[in-house]
Design a protein around this ligand. Structure first.
Ligand code: HEC
Ligand SMILES: [Cu+2]
Length: 367
């Protein structure tokens, strides 16, 4: 009897939880209502099977209880019953699979004329590229990757030079225009995911994955990585800003082309505030912000808040005043000594001398 009560409690508890729970999907902000419908179909079918099977077990427990003298009828084969079971299960499985296949087929088949957006995942940040005036995405290759060229674009390719590069985890998209996403990874498996768009796709190093969506609601939406991609994974977040066409065009025209990002850095005699501002941009584009905060919180590495002028203790017990020289040395040669309480995870990044000045000025400016 306890078994019957437990099963009934599980069935009704699950139904209650489903209808009363506040954990529903976020409001849809793209064209992919089909995806939500597919999920609903799956939920309804699996829900019906769950309830029916459990109630059937309850029925059998009550109907065929053991009683002294009662014997079970042995029926090794019942063709009619088997045919029924095969038919119902096949139908159920087809109904579970078919809608998903259909939606996936259209999900990877962008309409002609869609705006092309390249997304590049890197531990632990997002970068983007638009075609710009080039007419197409220019060539890229892993051998071109360096600190100044994190996307590995071919500096001699005219199309690549005219492409527009977005660093800093925030990308804008026009409202109601289909976007075709081409996704690449710099290092490991990532997954670009914007939950309100329902859009997500694994990004496998060495290959380009593709999907499309049309943003249908203006606003700021969170983009995140949906594959556990290392210690900084939860910090691999960004923002997708959906706005009208005019605002988007204005934003896009203010972003640098690849050629502009390659241009020599600003002259050395810039005022301190500009230098720190440049440092801030560099901390974004070089990925420092994936591991270092400026608000006192620990991400992967120590926060930069209050770092300048602090006396730091290292793993070997030594201490040092973190002045400009000590910061420069640490950024140049991260493995030279490790801050106590942290893992030696900081990569040696390609930082030019003037960039180093800017980064140090920025760290100094973050109190
Ligand atoms: C993959 C994560 C990661 C990235 C990216 C990274 N760091 Fe670090 N960083 C660390 C960790 C972890 C430490 C602490 C352990 C150590 O000292 O090696 C650290 C330590 C530091 C320190 C010393 C902090 C202190 O409290 O003394 C400085 C300065 C620093 N990083 C600057 C940078 C700059 C500038 C960049 C970008 C050019 C950068 N880091 C990129 C992980 C990272
Ligand atoms: Cu990731």
């Amino acid at each position: 009897m306890w078994m019957v009560i437990t099963l009934l409690a599980i069935v009704f508890g699950s139904l209650l939880f489903h209808f009363l729970s506040p954990w529903w999907t976020t409001a849809l902000a793209s064209n992919w209502k089909q995806m939500d419908d597919t999920l609903t179909i799956t939920l309804v079918i699996t829900g019906i099977f769950f309830v029916v099977i459990n109630l059937f077990v309850v029925y059998c427990l009550l109907r065929f209880r053991h009683r002294a003298g009662r014997r079970a009828a042995y029926q090794p084969e019942n063709r009619r019953l088997e045919r029924w079971l095969i038919a119902v299960t096949s139908l159920g499985i087809a109904a579970l699979l078919a809608p998903g296949l259909k939606v996936y087929a259209s999900y990877v088949d962008p309409p002609p004329g869609a705006l092309v957006l390249e997304v590049v995942g890197q531990q632990w940040q997002w970068r983007y590229r638009f075609i710009g005036a080039a007419g197409k995405l220019g060539a890229s290759d892993a051998r071109f990757v360096n600190g100044a060229n994190p996307l590995g674009l071919d500096p001699d390719d005219a199309a690549a030079r005219a492409n527009i590069i977005i660093t800093g985890n925030e990308v804008h998209l026009p409202l109601n225009r289909p976007v075709k996403v081409l996704a690449r990874s710099h290092d490991v498996l990532h997954d670009f995911f914007v939950p309100p768009m329902r859009a997500r796709m694994n990004i496998v190093p060495g290959q380009v994955s593709s999907f499309w969506f049309t943003p249908t609601v203006a606003g700021r939406f969170e983009a995140m990585c949906a594959q556990l991609c290392g210690i900084g994974h939860p910090n691999m977040r960004g923002t997708v800003v959906v706005e009208d066409e005019a605002a988007f065009e204005a934003w896009l025209s203010a972003q640098p082309t690849f050629a502009a990002t390659l241009a020599p850095a600003a002259p050395a005699n810039v005022v301190a505030g500009d230098l720190a501002a440049r440092g801030k941009a560099l901390a974004q584009s070089k990925g420092c912000v994936g591991c270092h905060s400026v608000d006192g919180s620990t991400i992967v590495g120590p926060t930069w808040k209050g770092l300048f002028g602090k006396t730091e203790t290292f793993m070997d017990g030594s201490t040092a005043l973190m002045d400009a020289a000590a910061l420069r040395q640490k950024i140049r040669d991260p493995q030279s000594r490790t801050v106590k309480g942290f893992q030696p995870l900081m990569p040696r990044l390609d930082v030019k001398d003037d960039e180093l000045d800017a980064l140090v000025a920025y760290i100094q400016a973050t109190h």
